[in-house]
Design a binder for this molecule. Sequence first.
Ligand SMILES: *Cc1c(COP(=O)(O)O)cnc(C)c1O
Length: 355
Amino acid sequence: MEIKIEKTTHPKAKPDQNALGFGNYYTDHMFIMNYDEGQGWHDPRIVPYAPFELDPAAMVLHYAQEVFEGLKAYRTDKGEILLFRPDKNMERLNRSCDRLCIPKIDEAFAVEAIKTLVSVDRDWIPTAEGTSLYIRPFIFAVDAHVGVHPAKHLIFSIILSPVGAYYPEGLNPVKIYVENKYVRAVKGGVGFTKTGGNYATSLKAQDVAEKLGYTQVLWLDGVERKYVEEVGTMNVFFVLDGEVVTPSLETGSILGGITRMSCIEILKDWGYNVSERRISVDELEKAFDEGRLLEAFGSGTAAVISPIGELRVGDKVMPINNGEIGELSQKLYDELTGIQWGKRPDKFGWTVKVD
Ligand SMILES: *Cc1c(COP(=O)(O)O)cnc(C)c1O
């Protein structure tokens, strides 16, 4: 399928590269493609960035039938543009589609669509240290129908946002509140997918944590409220004496991050003993008491590695590594960002060039 390109006649002014923040600015163009029953996915096009026109009865507004992805384009010192494992994002998008009864997209074509759009808006990729172009593919149901059934008409779109570092404080360790009232996901639900509802339902706990002076919540499993699942919208790792642990994906209630997957592969390559297994809060407290909880960090595309400097469980406050970034967290951050910005050898072949 050929992607039609209609360039804007009114390019926007570019924002200050040193004050981008996250998700505040959008580029001049967007990608759109339609699905209609009987026709399949059709009419891929790049058009000037503009609002959608939606019927008030559009199904996404009522029953949240939608999925999304998040990845970045990086500008290297040589001026090249790199994507990081975009095929993995499109594989995951299709896993989300399957769970949400959304017709699957052609993964290779979707990567081409991303590359084409990034290339059209290449002047928007910031060059300041730590900045990148965030890529947000998403699919949503547009049928004008307030009955509950899988949609027959959908839109696949991609938008781009120049972003700075996710945490304005930089790599400073964050304080995390262990959430034991609200849950994010349960077995059999949609925790393993990137679908809007997961995030709408997480806001309350986030709000409570912030009011208590914490940056994010540590989510526990929805059944026993015992096992660690994720931290905010990131996967989580714990560095114990002799073992690096991250919760296993078996329960289906954890989002399989591409950063998580990459951390595991790098750590194994470095010779670390990495376990994907269940880890309870009790085990963490015990490890802390015995001085074996050496480091903890979150992993995700937006922040890459986010060190955890303090965990609070009920009234118990556990400072980790004196509230400072750990050696391994820093080493992983340097390696991953080094590969992403083309500063370090990409021995796994993870980066993809945009022409
Ligand atoms: C996106 C996301 C992650 C991280 O995935 P990456 O592919 O590493 O960006 C982790 N947890 C949740 C809930 C997410 O939405």
